[in-house]
Design a protein around this ligand. Structure first.
Ligand code: ATP
Length: 235
């Protein structure tokens, strides 16, 4: 479904991605793991058209997308739940969710999709009229994910969905990710919590200073001694 080939992305003249290639198959959860600054967010932003690669190609269902605008990429079916709190702070929870559907043509189903998301995230239902900017970090994180789902993407890019969440909510978020995957959504998941990410993923890539240093099935990565030591914190 997604093929990233030899991507080089820079911030000014600092090179963040140094020839990254990954592929994500339809229906799977693929996870990107790596230390802080490895380039995970940069890769998601490059796929989404928020950063332009200087070299390399990106194909979505065989169609090259590396020169398209973010809006065109969203319309093709890729949507992202960004790291942190990139929601619309002055709008209510409901308005934020509605904004997530701006690119959709099937307006009729929007109401039932909002209902579905409020069932997935009961916390958002409780706060439906609250201004998003006044919610807690974890609640904003859930809202960002709900908003990305409102676009009904074929491929969902998740950047650290568990960031800032209390442990019990972390488990819930991972359950939700699994649920939406089982309903058929393909997911590219960036996570600091490599242990949990590898548990639910089918495949994974390890990024280190802008390069892929390991890849394979999630099972293989889970049993790789270096992955265990560096990313799973085991002896
Ligand atoms: P984290 O887990 O800490 O979020 P990451 O793997 O997502 O890390 P990126 O945010 O992609 O890492 O950053 C990759 C590199 O690019 C880092 O060295 C970072 O300092 C640099 N970088 C990121 N954003 C910018 C920017 N706007 N300008 C300059 N350098 C940047």
């Amino acid at each position: 479904m997604l093929a990233v080939e030899n991507i080089h992305t820079y911030y000014g003249n600092i090179q963040s991605l140094k020839g990254v290639s990954i592929s994500v198959k339809e229906g799977e959860i693929c996870t990107l793991i790596g230390s802080n600054g490895a380039g995970k967010t940069t890769l998601l932003r490059t796929i989404q058209g928020l950063l332009r690669p200087r070299e390399g190609r990106i194909f979505f269902n065989q169609k090259p997308i590396e020169s398209l605008s973010t809006e065109q990429i969203v319309n093709l079916g890729i949507s992202q739940s960004p790291e942190g709190r990139l929601i619309f702070p002055k709008m209510s929870v409901l308005e934020n969710l509605e904004m997530g559907a701006f690119s959709r043509r099937d307006r009729l189903n929007i109401k039932s999709d909002i209902e579905k998301i409020l069932t997935l995230f009961p916390r958002l239902r409780e706060r439906i009229t609250q201004k998003a900017g006044t919610m807690s970090g974890g609640e904003q994180q859930m809202l960002a994910m709900g908003r990305a789902l409102m676009a009904r993407p074929k491929l969902l890019l998740l950047d650290e969905p568990s960031m800032g969440l209390a442990p019990i909510l972390v488990n819930q978020i991972f359950d939700i990710i699994q649920d939406i995957n089982q309903e058929g959504m393909t997911i590219l998941l960036v996570e600091q919590n490599a242990r949990k990410a590898l548990k639910i993923a089918k495949t994974g890539y390890v990024l280190q200073t802008g390069k892929v240093v390991k890849s394979g099935s999630a099972k293989e990565l889970q049993s790789d001694p270096e992955v265990r030591r560096i990313y799973l914190g085991e002896e």
